[in-house]
Design a binder for this molecule. Structure first.
Ligand SMILES: *Cc1c(COP(=O)(O)O)cnc(C)c1O
Length: 388
């Protein structure tokens, strides 16, 4: 048995001709940096997100960094970040010169909550970054209300939530700005790095565009009124993304079907799948469960040919990068979850048989673990079982 965690090759081979053609067009036009393919994808992406502007950038981390800088957030400012996220969320805050303030997450969804946001707000707070982790959106009504009351910006980290909705509204349409990654493994992935900042604030979009393009003014090639950087999406990637975007809803629906099947198949096992709130529609970037003896069960699955992942084994506030100059705060929900979560194989072409095989393998792995965990006396008393 071999069920990989992710299978990009099969997804791409299904549409190989269209992708090859898109790539050839860009080469023929030599439209490598900015130009028509990038502009087309930007307008498609803004529309998909229910927002007015999408500014494409080099990657998702830069999208967060540039959104923060464009909002004037930097030295002396604090930004509230859920500790259960990919390190990039916090990294971008530091790159902008601000300080990430880590807060705990909901014990069920493992996402930022209104209560945890409130614990992180101080007079220096300039923004919060709700992270729509695993494909599920944060409760944006509650976050928006608290942010409004506190006068802070909301920057959605939607790197795992392409097409996810909260009360029917898509990720990217709630925050002051929303940041996406098109890293190959995301629900919409390029053939390399890519990212975008989405916003309905035209001035903010212009500032992100200038910052991402050497601080260059939007109407004059040799005029640089501000200091920026170089973080742009390639024409080649934009063309690939436009082709793949046509299938995003189909792929997300396939992920959702696989996830629903997992929920049925796993219902009798001693595992807790991360639940989805009634107002949220998840695009299941990841299918995450919590269980006992996670590391040993994972090793067992690897031996059986099942690919899995952990997102993430160390909460950000406990990473060396953030513990050098201070004692990490105690954020017990995320700390406990980090030792128990496991991401099962999930991609648009995962078949019903694959899901059933993963569920069976997981049942076997948990049973093996239970056998090993028993006192030796119990083990010997079982008929036919050998002591180790
Ligand atoms: C992938 C990811 C990022 C960073 O995106 P890159 O394109 O890899 O820089 C940021 N936040 C989250 C939650 C992610 O999953």
């Amino acid at each position: 048995m071999h069920i990989p965690f992710l299978d990009l090759g099969s997804v791409h081979s299904e549409m190989a001709e269209e992708l090859d053609q898109a790539w050839r067009d860009v080469v023929l036009d030599s439209a490598f940096i900015s130009g028509a393919y990038v502009e087309r994808f930007e307008s498609q992406w803004a529309q998909y997100c229910g927002s007015d502007h999408a500014v494409s950038v080099g990657n998702g981390t830069d999208a967060l960094y540039l959104a923060l800088v464009a909002l004037g957030i930097g030295a002396g400012d604090e930004v509230v970040v859920p500790t259960n996220t990919f390190i990039a969320t916090a990294e971008a805050v530091v790159a902008a010169g601000a300080t990430p303030v880590f807060v705990d997450v909901d014990p069920a969804t493992l996402l930022l909550t209104g209560d945890s946001l409130t614990t992180g707000i101080t007079p220096r707070t300039a923004a919060v970054i709700p992270v729509h982790l695993y494909g599920q959106m944060v409760d944006m009504d509650t976050i928006g209300r608290i942010a409004d009351r506190s006068g802070i910006a909301v920057i959605e980290d939607a790197a795992q939530a392409h097409g996810a909705t909260w009360r029917g509204r898509p990720a990217g349409s709630f925050g002051t700005a929303a940041c996406f990654s098109f890293y190959p493994g995301k629900n919409l992935g390029a053939f390399g790095d890519g990212g975008a900042v989405v916003t309905s604030d035209g001035e903010l979009a212009d500032r992100v565009r200038m910052l991402s393009n050497h601080g260059r003014s939007l109407d004059s090639h040799h005029h640089h009124p501000i200091v920026g950087t170089n973080s742009r999406l390639d024409g080649l990637q934009a063309a690939i993304l436009s082709v793949k975007l046509k299938r995003l809803d189909i792929w997300n629906a396939a992920r959702r079907r696989a996830a629903e099947l997992y929920l049925r198949e796993l219902s009798d096992l001693a595992v807790e799948p991360v639940p989805v709130a009634p107002a949220a529609k998840s695009v299941y970037h990841l299918f995450v469960i919590s269980l006992d003896h996670r590391d040993r069960v994972q090793r067992n699955l690897t031996e059986m040919g099942i690919g899995t992942g952990i997102h993430y084994p160390t909460a950000c506030h406990q990473q060396g990068a953030f513990t050098t100059d201070r004692e990490p705060p105690s954020l017990p929900v995320a700390e406990r979850a980090a030792g128990r979560i496991l991401s099962l194989p999930l991609h648009p072409l995962l078949s019903e048989t694959d899901v059933k095989n993963v569920a069976q393998a997981l049942a076997d792995a948990i049973e093996n673990e239970a056998e090993l965990g028993k006192p030796a006396g119990d083990l010997r008393s079982e008929e036919g079982s050998e002591t180790r």
